[in-house]
Design a protein around this ligand. Sequence first.
Ligand code: NAP
Ligand code: MG
Length: 452
Amino acid sequence: MTTAPVIDPATEAVLTHVELADDAAADAAIARAVAAGPAWRALAPGDRARLLRRFAEEVDADLEHLAGLEVRNAGHTIGNARWEAGNVRDVLHFAAGMPERLSGSQIPVADGVNITFQEPLGVVGIIVPWNFPMPIAAWGFGPALAAGNTVVLKPAELTPLTALRLGELALRAGLPEGVLQIVPGRGAVVGQRFVTHPAVRKVVFTGSTGVGKQIMAGCAAQVKRVTLELGGKSANIVFADADLERAAATAPYGVFDNAGQDCCARSRILVQRGVFDRFLELLEPAVAGVRVGDPADESTEMGPLISAAHRDRVAAFVEPDTRIAFTGTAPSGPGFWYPPTVVLPQDPRDRLLTEEVFGPVVAVVAFEDEAEAIALANATDYGLSGSIWTNDLGRALRVSRAVEAGNLSVNSHSSVRYWTPFGGYKQSGLGRELGPDAALAFTETKNVFLAT
Ligand code: NAP
Ligand code: MG
């Protein structure tokens, strides 16, 4: 086994080293997950529910510790990290309500009785990125476990610490050995093994669209089930009739939260031409006011980027001839800092308008009317999220229906609630997570006819 250093992106200090699984270790984990399967699926629904509730309680009792780990490992602000650990707890409580509700249906037929069963798939492999290590892990393992599957989960190499802790808490809660295993390792090794190993019956992948396509192609060889949560280039559409002050005051948080490392980041702001200049005037102090710094400080609103390589990647988007409207602040010295940056691309083919930056860079563009706003919003291969600012209810609904994206919010930037469905149109993904049907994505529907 090899080990990899785990680095604090706010200080560049090495926090610890984590062992990386090789192919043999991944196979051994998958074998344990297979072995744990029959007893887990045979558990009475109420008993599985009780264990998930206990798991939620362990997470709640460990909330400050988990949040502190994420502050150090991922540079998340302490406020965000607490929300994320709380989200894991809430997803587990929500999942704990699922086992007794996988009720199937009884369908009227002639000469007999027809019933459906929601059967677990078997072993589910979850591949997690570094941007939201805790919530993204839980959105997969909560419903997967509730539906009677066992889980192997690969955290991102950069951010394994909270996932490893969640694995410990699951055991402490009484989940049997092998039911939820955390398997740190390289994507091309452990992640790839989830794709190729025939005992893994579903892969849940969150990450880049490029890797997501490879995963989907790899899964095709076994017609393996797959859920993909990929990138985004979401639009924040501001109409002239909107509450412009509020739209401008909140726009930075719609894109710079988590330093822009958010698949739902509203990284394009589309503003109706008549209020374009006024909007920029209002946006400038809002961006200057974003508090960037030590993520452990309670008042900090934005921390560092995840790594030196990622900062280089983000910085490369802003070229010498890019028109920069204004920037916010960022600390100097150690840490992978990048200031909030507002750009005004002049060419619709500019990469800043078409590619996911995954950093604190937002492009502002003018539009004439509703039709042009919709056309611009949809002029992307992505379709994850977006916001619509208007006080016209009819327009809010028309535009919500016309924008090709899975998660929209009107007069706010909220995207994710664990009890509502989440996922992307077009190349932002395949399938949905969370919401009332979350467990169904981890089952096969079996139809049985009994002749009478
Ligand atoms: P990535 O390469 O897609 O990685 C996501 C996860 O997939 C990580 O756990 C990674 O493992 C694993 N992985 C990588 N290659 C794999 C392979 N061939 N087979 C199986 N698993 C594999 O994403 P990234 O490099 O972290 O980020 C790059 C870009 O992806 C970002 O800049 C952003 O555009 C996008 N992104 C989107 C989201 C989202 O929430 N939609 C999240 C993160 C990133 P290791 O990293 O441990 O090797
Ligand atoms: Mg990668």
